[in-house]
Design a protein around this ligand. Structure first.
Ligand SMILES: Cc1cc2nc3c(=O)[nH]c(=O)nc-3n(C[C@H](O)[C@H](O)[C@H](O)COP(=O)(O)OP(=O)(O)OC[C@H]3O[C@@H](n4cnc5c(N)ncnc54)[C@H](O)[C@@H]3O)c2cc1C
Length: 186
């Protein structure tokens, strides 16, 4: 777990010159939870990697005669890597905008701005918070403290999993007091 978390941070990867393909092989050979599961496994091809278009910052997602949705609009959650629901949400707003464009016969960039606003009103805060959480991965000792506490304490674990859907709860992760309590209230 620590190595994996460490490897997932983009800045950590660059700074520590981690080769992800090698890291996954090393993990499978050395991690106590993975060794057994992959003991009989055989690598049958190259390990492929794919960069996910993360929603780490706000982008322009429409213009003259076009609307970008889902991955094309970089809407993947930067922390969880999930993009299906955000793609569907943006698709819904894109459909509404397309209808408005047809009714008004206006496909200009300024008219499309309502679409950007609708998508980021719905997803902006969530994406921003997830980006903060992704940055937390740059402090593996802190992230591991959170994960270890979650595995020891069922109530805390439950709260942490609720943070994936409850934005108000997730706001706690921005507060230093959250980590202070975590580290010193055992
Ligand atoms: C390995 C991996 C694992 C993932 N796991 C998860 C997960 O567990 N949960 C989650 O929520 N998200 C996950 N994601 C992210 C998720 O798959 C994407 O965010 C989501 O599918 C984006 O939907 P989309 O409709 O924007 O794009 P896509 O699902 O990529 O759909 C785009 C479609 O357009 C087609 N297309 C491309 N070019 C053309 C063209 N010129 N003409 C016609 N068609 C074209 C493509 O073939 C494709 O079918 C994962 C991504 C990867 C790579």
């Amino acid at each position: 777990m620590p190595t994996w978390v460490w490897a997932c941070s983009r800045t950590g990867l660059a700074a520590r010159k981690i080769n992800l393909k090698q890291a996954i092989l090393d993990l499978i050979l050395s991690h106590p939870d993975l060794q057994g599961r992959f003991a009989e496994a055989e690598l049958v091809g190259d390990i492929k990697r794919f960069g996910l278009p993360l929603g780490s910052r706000r982008r322009l997602i429409s213009g003259n005669g076009y609307l970008l949705t889902g991955d094309a609009a970089h809407l993947i959650d930067p922390f969880s890597g999930e993009g299906v629901s955000n793609a569907m949400i943006s698709g819904r707003w894109a459909a509404e905008q397309a209808e408005k464009c047809l009714l008004q016969n206006d496909f200009s960039a300024p008219f499309m701005q309502d679409y950007d606003a609708a998508v980021y009103n719905r997803l902006g805060k969530e994406l921003q918070l997830s980006y903060r959480m992704q940055q937390l991965l740059d402090y593996p000792w802190l992230f591991n403290a959170v994960a270890n506490k979650a595995s020891r304490n069922a109530t805390f674990g439950q709260m942490l999993s609720c943070m994936f859907t409850d934005l108000d709860l997730r706001e706690q992760l921005k507060k230093p007091s959250f980590y202070f309590r975590l580290l010193f209230n055992r």
